[in-house]
Design a protein around this ligand. Structure first.
Ligand code: PGA
Ligand code: ZN
Length: 432
């Protein structure tokens, strides 16, 4: 089926910031849409999100130029092309852009159209996205969620320096059980924070934004909340961290103002190892800056057989950077964000490259999200096994968790869930 037209317009994300929505209409009238998310703690190696920079309109944040680029450059080139050729169409858009980081047309322009093509293709086949996105026919693995309990860093005006304290319900036997356990811990944590007068607000992804005096106090609180809700920390429920350390790194040192401390790379490495030793940490993302390769390597060497070490800003879903990371054994997992690289097919390639190395992909939302649930389908389509969406509150987050419930139903008893066993793969890695 051929593409009849492509259009785009400005919508607003979960922070109320402008973003791109693209629509692809096929010759038979079927329509697909693509909604583009947006990060706040963005990595320096991400594809470029094009914003107008005109302070008179949305404080410079509008995306009208990206929309014009879709209408005037991408739409004419895509008209008449078959919708089921995602990788060819993505490649064509990259060629029209002509830059390495999609900076001419904007990664937000290209991704909006790429997502809309995938959506139109699925609808044209009358199939759910996870089926048409799947590179083979065996897509049936429901993801283990990573769910934010406490938000900080760039998402909570730096009330804490560490960006995310998340839960992994590694002892759960079903996807639904992970949500029930998370629910119970959320309600317990909320009650504890209220009783102690520590609740300041909600972070950008909807997690609690408390007023703790140190990072140690947050660790102790999270462990206590897990236990108070009736679960065994580490055995049934573990901690996942997103340090987002590139944001903490300046002049060759890591700074934690909340603790009143700053560290050399070696000292920060020792601190990360110490936290992983003393608290039930099962996964840690961006423990070091995206340029501090020596620390990444030493850390992965030390704990990479039992703790998931995720590169987010380190890799930015970029094939060249992931390849380098695999070669140098910098981590053992890759955070997968569509808008860091800017097309659906490059994202699928990034996941495939990660899996071929025996590493674990973690499909992820951005801090600025929309009502779209494409990433839930992406996680199942690729049997990635993990999904990180932010908190367990707010519709732009819940729509992703809820969509997995719908996908499970659509799989009619064929769904698979391995939960925390996904981490067994880490033991097979050669770390030196
Ligand atoms: P971001 O945060 O979307 O603001 O980059 C999410 C993350 O760092 O994982
Ligand atoms: Zn991150």
């Amino acid at each position: 089926m051929k593409i009849l037209s492509v259009d785009a317009y400005q919508i607003f994300d979960s922070r109320g910031q402008p973003t791109v929505e693209a629509v692809v209409i096929l010759e038979n009238g079927v329509q697909g849409i693509g909604l583009v998310p947006s990060g706040a703690s963005t990595g320096q190696f991400e594809a470029l999100e094009l914003r107008d920079g005109d302070k008179a309109r949305f404080l410079g944040k509008s995306v009208y130029q990206a929309i014009t680029n879709i209408k005037t450059e991408l739409a004419p080139a895509l008209k008449g092309k078959s919708v089921n050729q995602q990788s060819e169409l993505d490649k064509l858009m990259c060629e029209i852009d002509g830059t390495a980081n999609k900076s001419r047309l904007g990664a937000n322009a290209i991704l909006g159209v790429s997502l809309a093509i995938a959506d139109a293709n699925a609808k044209n086949h009358g199939l759910p996205l996870f089926k048409t996105l799947s590179p083979n026919c065996s897509a049936n693995l429901l993801p283990l969620p990573e769910i934010q309990l406490v938000g900080g860093g760039a998402h909570a005006q730096w009330r804490t320096d560490i960006q995310d304290f998340l839960l992994i319900v590694n002892g759960a036997k079903t996807y639904n059980e992970t949500l029930e356990v998370t629910y119970n811990i959320y309600r317990t944590a909320e009650m504890m924070l209220k009783e102690r007068g520590l609740l300041a607000g909600a972070a950008d992804e909807g997690g609690f934004w408390p007023t703790f005096d140190s990072h140690e106090a947050i660790f102790e609180f999270v462990v206590e909340a897990i236990a108070m809700a009736g679960y065994q920390p580490g055995i049934e429920v573990s901690i996942s961290l997103d340090i987002a350390a590139s944001d903490l790194y300046a002049n060759g040192r890591y700074h934690l103002p909340l603790d009143g401390k700053s560290y050399t790379s070696e000292e920060f490495l020792a601190l990360m190892l110490d936290w992983c030793e003393r608290y039930p940490v099962l996964s840690i993302e961006d423990p070091f800056a995206d340029t501090d390769f020596a620390a990444w390597k030493a850390f992965t060497h030390a704990v990479g057989d039992r703790i998931q070490v995720i590169g987010d800003d380190l890799f930015t879903t970029n094939l060249t950077r992931i390849e380098l990371g695999i070669e140098q054994k910098l981590a053992n997992s890759v955070l997968i964000k569509l808008n860091q690289v800017g097309t659906v097919s490059e994202t699928l390639q990034a996941i495939a490259m990660t899996q071929e190395a025996g590493w674990l992909p973690v499909v992820s939302a951005r801090s600025g999200e929309t009502e779209d649930a494409f990433i839930s389908h992406l996680a199942v389509a690729t049997n990635s096994g993990q999904l990180k969406v932010g908190s367990f509150t707010r519709s732009e987050r819940m729509v992703k968790w809820n969509e997995v419930i719908r996908i499970e139903r659509a799989l009619e008893g064929q769904a698979n869930f391995v939960g925390g066993d996904i981490f067994n793969k880490l033991r097979e890695l050669e770390l030196v």
